[in-house]
Ligand binder design. Structure first.
Ligand code: NAD
Ligand code: UDP
Ligand code: UDP
Length: 314
């Protein structure tokens, strides 16, 4: 199959491309390299069934493909808040263009949505039926409202034009290849610990997140794409930890002498988050296999070797 991966040079996209190339597909990677990097897809660049397209999805593009994994969008608050208008354009105009493309060539399209559609959730854990608690005018809105509109667009293209959609709601995912300056919590703590800097816990660290290792997530995306159920489906690891617990774990694994420094909690930071993955389990036969301790070890080993090889922070 000929498969387009938008955001393919990014963290999750590049791991997905590894799987798709290994399965023998023809892969088109589309990226504007905002948070993505050629380094992530370097091993495929000289392969005849791989094509790299430098393009910004807020502009239309005509391609002929069978499937689209639509992942293009910065995912870390630091990066999506840097240019919030661009972030919402990417979510709205970019997703519109990808749905228009899917409609024209009759491709199946999977939208990488997010647990952020639940906002600061008042229902815990979060099932897909929960409609969320989102601030429409806050600093996270460009991302979470953007993804909510992206979901709306997907379902309206499905109802109105018969576009074959899949919608994944991805919960916090971490793993090798994350940028040192990504800004999300797991990569921040790992880089800080390895550099001997204090681990920056925002607030008192009592807020929770549930962390899924990237290879598990990629397996879930592929199962969703290949199955009949359109979603939305939560994909995440139900293991829930406070941010302070996470800091202490990484501190213990890298250097117990590292300090923890408490910093102000950003505005609208969700207090708790844990996926209800009943649907993914029963419909896709999917559940995560890599516990946090094991995944953290993989990430720390990757970061250590990249730091030792002198890779720069972007
Ligand atoms: P990432 O920032 O590493 O990857 C995003 C990729 O999209 C980058 O390669 C970036 O250059 C590219 N991109 C951004 N804007 C673009 C544009 N306008 N045109 C073309 N390319 C563009 O992030 P990630 O963690 O790999 O996330 C991938 C997708 O998964 C995103 O849509 C994100 O919202 C979603 N998601 C991720 C998580 C997570 O925890 N990692 C959680 C929920 C949802
Ligand atoms: N689009 C695209 N590539 C295609 C087909 C459409 O980028 O192969 C864009 C198109 O330019 C438009 C969007 O997708 O901005 C929505 O397309 P659709 O056909 O649904 O709407 P229309 O073009 O009729 O407004
Ligand atoms: N966080 C933190 N220190 C950091 C980065 C993040 O304590 O250096 C916190 C952040 O305030 C949030 C949680 O960790 O409560 C997860 O943040 P991240 O940016 O990884 O993801 P999101 O908030 O989008 O789930």
């Amino acid at each position: 199959m000929r498969i387009l991966v938008t955001g393919g040079a990014g963290f999750i996209g590049s791991h997905l491309i590894d799987r798709l190339m290994e399965e023998g597909h023809e892969v088109l990677c589309l990226d504007n390299f905002y948070t993505g990097h050629k380094r992530n897809i370097l091993k495929w660049l000289d392969k005849p069934y791989f094509e790299l397209i430098r393009h910004d999805i807020t502009e239309p593009i005509r391609l002929e493909v069978d499937r689209i994994y639509h992942l293009a969008c910065p995912a870390s608050p630091v990066h999506y808040q840097y240019n919030p208008v661009k972030t919402i354009k990417t979510n709205v105009m970019g997703t519109l263009n990808m749905l228009g493309l899917a409609k024209r060539v009759k491709a199946r399209i999977l939208l990488a949505s997010t647990s952020e559609v639940y906002g600061d959730p008042e229902v815990h854990p979060q099932p897909e039926e929960y409609r969320g608690n989102v601030n429409p005018i806050g600093i996270r809105s460009c991302y979470d409202e953007g993804k909510r509109v992206a979901e709306t667009l997907a379902f309206d293209y499905h109802r109105q034009n018969g576009v074959d959609i899949r919608v994944a709601r991805i919960f916090n995912t971490y793993g090798s290849r994350m940028l040192f300056n990504d800004g999300r919590v797991v990569s921040n703590f790992a880089v800080q610990a390895l550099r001997g800097h204090p681990l920056t816990v925002y607030g008192d660290g009592s807020q929770t997140r549930s962390f899924c290792y990237v290879s598990d997530l990629v397996e879930g995306l592929i199962r969703l794409m290949n199955g009949d159920y359109i979603g939305p489906v939560n994909l995440g690891n139900p293991g829930e930890y406070t941010i302070l617990e996470l800091a202490q774990k990484i501190q213990q694994m890298v250097n117990p002498d590292n300090e923890i420094a408490f910093k102000p909690l950003p505005q609208d930071d969700p207090k708790q988050r844990q996926p209800d993955i009943t649907k993914a389990k029963t419909i896709l036969g999917w559940e995560p296999t890599i516990p946090l301790d094991e995944g953290l070890k993989l990430l720390i080993d990757d970061f250590r070797s990249r730091l030792n090889s002198g890779e720069s922070s972007n």
